[in-house]
Write a protein that binds this ligand. Structure first.
Ligand SMILES: Cc1cc2nc3c(=O)[nH]c(=O)nc-3n(C[C@H](O)[C@H](O)[C@H](O)COP(=O)(O)OP(=O)(O)OC[C@H]3O[C@@H](n4cnc5c(N)ncnc54)[C@H](O)[C@@H]3O)c2cc1C
Length: 465
């Protein structure tokens, strides 16, 4: 098959590449290859079974049209200070301008026009004052919250639009490799599990998301695509009662706090806060169960969850951050007999595991019922654990009660942003015709930044006609 552009991965980065090409009136032939299903065929059986079924060959939460976005909480971060390091590649002004532009596209496809995290100046100042006293930096970030159920209908509208406009989307096809002629990328090999085929294109855009980061790393090694080992984030998902987070939830909606706790002084940060939300489980390749969180627009719980993440870098002699984080995850899964582990903060300080019956002694009830009470400290690296404990204690000054005995810590929360592909500001890799976008490229960490990267890619390709 021949095309002008082949896009591997129909997550926000891939989708916005195609959308922007169409918006700019490009007549080029676009083919998208997506190993999962269309939005309407994506169903997580957990809604019916109540627990994760570890679906094979892939998890519907992270795979399919709109990528990890469709079933995600759909919180669009509207500040270029959040969502990855793309601004260091393209400049802060362009990043912010394109965020505003992509945000308008989300609005055009039906996003709620309300923005969280604006106003309340007096209370915001009060929160910042406490953050300063605790040695934490508060990052301002307005949020447009799509909500898990609304995100699905919004991405369905985009899917229909792309198909109506003649974009060919090959669902159920996995890209196995790129096609090379010296240092020129000529396209990709794909397979639906039965038949292998090749797609030749002038531009090959790889946007395979977090799930595809491993695969892309192997591709970089095999074809000598210039890249650098990136960071990996290891942490926990913290869950507390809404009463504890009431002021921060109301004033900021999402608290973006960053600290460098003693003695290691590594960067530790809050991420993905879900007021009234649910703690959830995702399954990565090789049955790796990791924890995450999301919230619905209307269906609310009594709890708020958020991630606390520590960044890890490696140099010599070991530089495989993904493999490192996977081992931490595997060990944690082993201790939880394949389930997510949960432990009370007070038990961690007391040096004891949490027992299932002890969870019922608290005000808080876990929103991930299949999590297993145990000892996360038996699998968490010492450095990460010390960082997390120090950070939670600092957070207690901003959010009194955050470091209480009953606060729940779920593990493993892992973010694979590894393997940063080296590119110029037009997203050209060291192979001609090959571009890498979104979370798998190592440059983004969220829906909006992935959408921004796709938009700029689409604009660049559309300039050719
Ligand atoms: C539960 C959850 C909640 C989240 N909540 C938020 C949030 O509220 N706000 C936010 O900003 N971010 C959130 N995120 C992160 C966000 O979803 C991602 O940052 C974003 O989707 C990245 O976009 P992407 O296009 O780079 O990759 P993805 O969205 O991951 O899409 C990649 C696509 O590529 C496909 N693919 C992978 N490998 C191949 C292959 N070899 N061949 C063919 N197809 C392939 C995958 O099936 C997938 O559909 C959340 C993620 C999860 C899992």
């Amino acid at each position: 098959m021949n095309a002008d552009v082949v896009i591997v991965g129909a997550g926000p980065a891939g989708i916005f590449t195609a959308l922007e090409m169409l918006k700019k009136g490009s007549k080029q032939k676009i083919v998208m290859v997506e190993k999962g299903q269309s939005v309407e065929k994506r169903h997580c059986p957990k809604d019916k079974t109540g627990h994760c079924m570890n679906c094979k060959p892939y998890c519907h939460i992270t795979t399919g049209f709109s990528g990890a976005g469709a079933f995600s909480d759909g919180k669009l971060s509207l500040s270029c200070e959040v969502g990855g390091d793309l601004p260091t590649l393209i400049g802060e002004n362009l990043a912010q301008e394109t965020i505003n532009y992509a945000d308008q596209i989300y609005l055009d496809f039906g996003a709620d026009d309300h923005i969280e995290g604006l106003g309340n100046d007096t209370e915001r100042k009060e929160i910042r004052k406490h953050a300063i006293q605790a040695g934490l930096k508060l990052v301002d970030c307005p949020i447009r919250h799509l909500g898990t159920e609304k995100a699905q209908s919004l991405y369905l509208a985009i899917e229909k639009y792309l198909l109506e406009q003649g974009v060919e989307i090959l669902f159920g096809y996995e890209c196995s490799n790129i096609l090379l002629e010296n240092d020129l990328c000529r396209g990709v090999s794909i397979s639906d599990g039965k038949i292998e085929q090749e797609i030749y294109a002038k531009h090959t855009v790889v946007a395979t998301g977090r799930r595809g980061a491993d695969w892309l790393e192997k591709l970089c090694a095999e074809h000598n695509i210039a890249h650098a080992p990136g960071t990996v984030d290891i942490g926990v998902r913290v869950e507390v009662r809404n009463e504890v987070m009431e002021m921060v939830n109301r004033v900021l909606y999402e608290s973006k706090l960053i600290g460098y706790p003693r003695p290691f002084k590594n960067k530790v940060r809050t991420f993905c806060q879900n007021p009234g939300g649910f703690v959830s489980q995702e399954n990565y390749d090789k049955n790796l169960a990791v924890v995450n969180g999301h919230s619905y627009k209307d269906l609310k719980t009594d709890n708020t969850n958020l991630a606390i993440l520590c960044s890890h870098n490696f140099s010599v002699p070991f530089n495989q951050p993904i493999a490192y984080a996977q081992k931490v995850g595997e060990l944690t899964n082993m201790l939880g007999d394949g389930h997510i582990l949960v432990q009370r903060f007070g038990d961690i300080l007391d040096g004891k595991r949490t027992w299932q019956k002890e969870l019922a002694q608290s005000n808080i009830r876990p929103t991930l019922p299949d999590a297993v009470a145990g000892d996360i400290t038996a699998a968490m690296p010492y450095r990460s654990m010390v960082n997390i404990i120090g950070f939670i204690q600092a957070m207690d000054h901003v959010v009194p009660g955050f470091a209480s005995t009953e606060t729940l810590l779920y593990s493993p929360e892992l973010k694979f942003y590894s393997n940063r592909v080296k590119m110029d500001s037009d997203f050209n890799t060291s192979l001609r015709g090959l571009h890498c976008l979104g979370d798998s490229s190592g440059w983004t960490r969220g829906l909006m930044m992935a959408s921004v990267m796709g938009t700029l890619m689409g604009r660049k390709i559309a300039e050719e006609g």
